[in-house]
Ligand binder design. Structure first.
Ligand SMILES: Nc1nc2c(ncn2[C@@H]2O[C@H](COP(=O)(O)OP(=O)(O)O)[C@@H](O)[C@H]2O)c(=O)[nH]1
Ligand SMILES: [Mg+2]
Length: 187
Protein backbone atom coordinates (compact mmCIF):
# COMPACT_ATOMS: atom_id res chain seq x y z
CA UNK A 1 0.00 0.00 0.00
CA UNK A 2 1.36 3.43 -0.93
CA UNK A 3 1.91 5.82 1.95
CA UNK A 4 1.71 9.56 1.36
CA UNK A 5 3.21 11.75 4.01
CA UNK A 6 2.16 15.31 4.79
CA UNK A 7 3.42 17.75 7.38
CA UNK A 8 1.20 20.31 9.09
CA UNK A 9 2.91 23.59 9.91
CA UNK A 10 1.71 27.03 10.96
CA UNK A 11 1.27 29.05 14.14
CA UNK A 12 0.30 27.37 17.39
CA UNK A 13 -3.45 27.58 17.92
CA UNK A 14 -4.52 27.71 14.27
CA UNK A 15 -6.07 24.24 14.47
CA UNK A 16 -3.48 21.83 13.04
CA UNK A 17 -4.12 19.16 15.65
CA UNK A 18 -7.90 19.51 15.29
CA UNK A 19 -7.58 19.11 11.52
CA UNK A 20 -5.40 15.99 11.84
CA UNK A 21 -7.65 14.56 14.53
CA UNK A 22 -10.88 15.04 12.56
CA UNK A 23 -9.29 13.58 9.43
CA UNK A 24 -7.76 10.52 11.08
CA UNK A 25 -10.22 9.82 13.93
CA UNK A 26 -13.27 11.97 13.27
CA UNK A 27 -12.76 13.53 16.70
CA UNK A 28 -12.86 17.30 17.14
CA UNK A 29 -10.97 18.28 20.28
CA UNK A 30 -12.69 21.30 21.83
CA UNK A 31 -9.71 22.09 23.99
CA UNK A 32 -6.25 22.84 22.85
CA UNK A 33 -3.80 20.00 23.45
CA UNK A 34 -0.31 21.42 22.96
CA UNK A 35 1.61 19.38 20.42
CA UNK A 36 5.30 18.72 20.20
CA UNK A 37 5.37 16.00 17.57
CA UNK A 38 2.57 13.67 16.64
CA UNK A 39 2.05 11.19 13.91
CA UNK A 40 -1.35 9.94 12.79
CA UNK A 41 -2.55 8.10 9.75
CA UNK A 42 -5.65 6.98 7.94
CA UNK A 43 -6.12 4.72 4.99
CA UNK A 44 -8.61 5.56 2.28
CA UNK A 45 -9.59 4.51 -1.21
CA UNK A 46 -8.10 6.63 -3.95
CA UNK A 47 -8.60 5.76 -7.63
CA UNK A 48 -9.76 2.27 -6.57
CA UNK A 49 -6.59 1.66 -4.58
CA UNK A 50 -6.15 1.71 -0.84
CA UNK A 51 -3.61 4.34 0.18
CA UNK A 52 -2.29 5.38 3.55
CA UNK A 53 -2.18 9.07 4.40
CA UNK A 54 0.38 9.79 7.12
CA UNK A 55 -0.05 13.10 8.88
CA UNK A 56 2.78 14.64 10.84
CA UNK A 57 1.49 17.20 13.30
CA UNK A 58 4.00 19.72 14.58
CA UNK A 59 4.48 22.35 17.23
CA UNK A 60 3.90 25.88 16.04
CA UNK A 61 5.96 27.43 18.79
CA UNK A 62 9.36 28.81 17.95
CA UNK A 63 10.78 26.97 21.01
CA UNK A 64 10.22 23.70 19.19
CA UNK A 65 11.89 24.69 15.96
CA UNK A 66 14.67 22.14 16.32
CA UNK A 67 12.21 19.31 16.77
CA UNK A 68 10.05 20.53 13.91
CA UNK A 69 12.94 20.79 11.49
CA UNK A 70 13.52 17.04 11.81
CA UNK A 71 10.01 16.49 10.43
CA UNK A 72 10.53 18.07 7.01
CA UNK A 73 12.66 15.36 5.36
CA UNK A 74 10.00 12.64 5.67
CA UNK A 75 7.14 14.64 4.22
CA UNK A 76 6.16 14.89 0.58
CA UNK A 77 3.78 17.82 0.90
CA UNK A 78 3.72 20.70 3.38
CA UNK A 79 0.28 21.78 4.58
CA UNK A 80 0.97 25.35 5.63
CA UNK A 81 -1.86 26.49 7.90
CA UNK A 82 -3.16 29.82 9.11
CA UNK A 83 -6.49 30.63 10.71
CA UNK A 84 -8.67 32.84 8.53
CA UNK A 85 -9.67 34.92 11.57
CA UNK A 86 -6.16 35.39 12.96
CA UNK A 87 -4.15 38.19 11.36
CA UNK A 88 -0.93 37.18 13.13
CA UNK A 89 -1.11 33.66 11.78
CA UNK A 90 -1.57 35.08 8.27
CA UNK A 91 1.39 37.42 8.66
CA UNK A 92 3.56 34.60 9.95
CA UNK A 93 2.98 32.60 6.77
CA UNK A 94 5.15 35.06 4.84
CA UNK A 95 7.41 35.98 7.71
CA UNK A 96 8.20 32.60 9.17
CA UNK A 97 6.50 29.48 7.84
CA UNK A 98 7.16 29.92 4.14
CA UNK A 99 10.88 30.68 4.63
CA UNK A 100 11.17 27.69 6.98
CA UNK A 101 9.50 25.37 4.46
CA UNK A 102 11.51 26.72 1.54
CA UNK A 103 14.74 26.28 3.47
CA UNK A 104 14.04 22.80 4.81
CA UNK A 105 11.99 21.34 2.00
CA UNK A 106 13.03 23.44 -0.99
CA UNK A 107 11.39 21.46 -3.76
CA UNK A 108 8.39 20.11 -1.90
CA UNK A 109 4.90 21.26 -2.85
CA UNK A 110 2.91 23.39 -0.45
CA UNK A 111 -0.83 23.55 0.11
CA UNK A 112 -1.94 26.71 1.85
CA UNK A 113 -4.67 25.82 4.33
CA UNK A 114 -7.04 28.40 5.79
CA UNK A 115 -8.40 26.87 8.99
CA UNK A 116 -11.44 27.83 11.11
CA UNK A 117 -13.45 28.44 7.93
CA UNK A 118 -16.59 28.34 10.08
CA UNK A 119 -15.72 31.82 11.40
CA UNK A 120 -16.68 33.31 8.01
CA UNK A 121 -20.28 33.06 9.08
CA UNK A 122 -19.49 35.24 12.13
CA UNK A 123 -18.36 38.13 9.98
CA UNK A 124 -20.02 40.73 12.21
CA UNK A 125 -18.26 39.64 15.38
CA UNK A 126 -14.80 38.79 14.00
CA UNK A 127 -12.32 41.67 14.28
CA UNK A 128 -10.34 40.18 11.39
CA UNK A 129 -11.17 37.88 8.49
CA UNK A 130 -8.92 37.34 5.50
CA UNK A 131 -10.86 37.64 2.25
CA UNK A 132 -10.78 34.80 -0.25
CA UNK A 133 -9.07 37.15 -2.73
CA UNK A 134 -6.32 37.98 -0.22
CA UNK A 135 -5.90 34.29 0.57
CA UNK A 136 -5.55 33.49 -3.11
CA UNK A 137 -2.96 36.25 -3.47
CA UNK A 138 -1.06 34.79 -0.53
CA UNK A 139 -1.15 31.38 -2.24
CA UNK A 140 0.31 32.85 -5.41
CA UNK A 141 2.99 34.78 -3.54
CA UNK A 142 3.97 31.62 -1.68
CA UNK A 143 4.08 29.53 -4.85
CA UNK A 144 1.66 27.10 -3.21
CA UNK A 145 -0.23 24.70 -5.48
CA UNK A 146 -3.58 25.23 -3.87
CA UNK A 147 -5.49 27.22 -1.29
CA UNK A 148 -8.04 25.23 0.67
CA UNK A 149 -10.30 26.72 3.30
CA UNK A 150 -11.62 24.23 5.81
CA UNK A 151 -13.27 23.83 9.19
CA UNK A 152 -12.37 20.98 11.49
CA UNK A 153 -15.15 22.14 13.79
CA UNK A 154 -17.87 21.87 11.15
CA UNK A 155 -16.07 19.11 9.25
CA UNK A 156 -15.95 21.10 6.02
CA UNK A 157 -13.26 20.34 3.45
CA UNK A 158 -11.22 18.31 5.94
CA UNK A 159 -10.92 15.25 3.70
CA UNK A 160 -10.48 17.57 0.73
CA UNK A 161 -7.25 18.99 2.23
CA UNK A 162 -5.66 15.56 2.49
CA UNK A 163 -7.07 14.13 -0.73
CA UNK A 164 -5.68 17.18 -2.52
CA UNK A 165 -2.31 16.42 -0.92
CA UNK A 166 -2.50 12.84 -2.24
CA UNK A 167 -3.41 14.14 -5.69
CA UNK A 168 -0.39 16.41 -5.66
CA UNK A 169 1.84 13.50 -4.70
CA UNK A 170 0.39 11.34 -7.50
CA UNK A 171 0.76 14.18 -10.00
CA UNK A 172 -3.02 14.54 -10.54
CA UNK A 173 -2.78 18.18 -9.45
CA UNK A 174 0.03 19.98 -11.28
CA UNK A 175 2.64 21.82 -9.29
CA UNK A 176 2.76 25.60 -9.43
CA UNK A 177 5.29 26.53 -12.07
CA UNK A 178 8.06 28.75 -10.77
CA UNK A 179 7.49 32.38 -11.64
CA UNK A 180 9.29 33.42 -14.79
CA UNK A 181 12.12 35.77 -14.08
CA UNK A 182 11.88 39.04 -15.94
CA UNK A 183 14.48 39.14 -18.59
CA UNK A 184 16.67 42.16 -18.80
CA UNK A 185 16.75 43.55 -22.29
CA UNK A 186 19.70 45.68 -23.37
CA UNK A 187 18.95 48.07 -26.16
N1 LIG B 1 -13.79 27.87 15.27
C1 LIG B 1 -12.92 26.88 15.12
N2 LIG B 1 -12.01 26.62 16.08
C2 LIG B 1 -11.11 25.62 15.87
C3 LIG B 1 -11.09 24.86 14.66
N3 LIG B 1 -10.08 23.98 14.75
C4 LIG B 1 -9.50 24.16 15.96
N4 LIG B 1 -10.13 25.13 16.64
C5 LIG B 1 -9.83 25.59 18.01
O1 LIG B 1 -8.59 26.26 18.01
C6 LIG B 1 -7.82 25.94 19.17
C7 LIG B 1 -6.47 25.41 18.76
O2 LIG B 1 -6.63 24.19 18.07
P1 LIG B 1 -5.41 23.16 17.90
O3 LIG B 1 -5.88 22.08 16.97
O4 LIG B 1 -4.89 22.72 19.22
O5 LIG B 1 -4.33 24.11 17.20
P2 LIG B 1 -2.76 23.81 16.89
O6 LIG B 1 -1.99 24.46 17.98
O7 LIG B 1 -2.51 24.46 15.55
O8 LIG B 1 -2.59 22.33 16.84
C8 LIG B 1 -8.68 24.93 19.96
O9 LIG B 1 -9.35 25.62 20.99
C9 LIG B 1 -9.65 24.39 18.93
O10 LIG B 1 -10.86 23.97 19.50
C10 LIG B 1 -12.07 25.16 13.67
O11 LIG B 1 -12.17 24.54 12.60
N5 LIG B 1 -12.94 26.18 13.96
MG1 LIG C 1 -1.27 21.19 17.94
Amino acid sequence: MNTYNCLLTGDGGVGKTALASVFTQNIYPEERIPTVVDFMSRSLMHNNKRVNVAVQDSAGQIDYTRVRLTQYPACQVVLLCFAINDANSVENVRKFWLPEARHNAPSKPIILVGTKGDTRSEEDTQPFLISKTEAEKLRKDCGACLYVECSAKNRINVDYVFISAVKIMTGEIPLEKPKKKRRCVFL
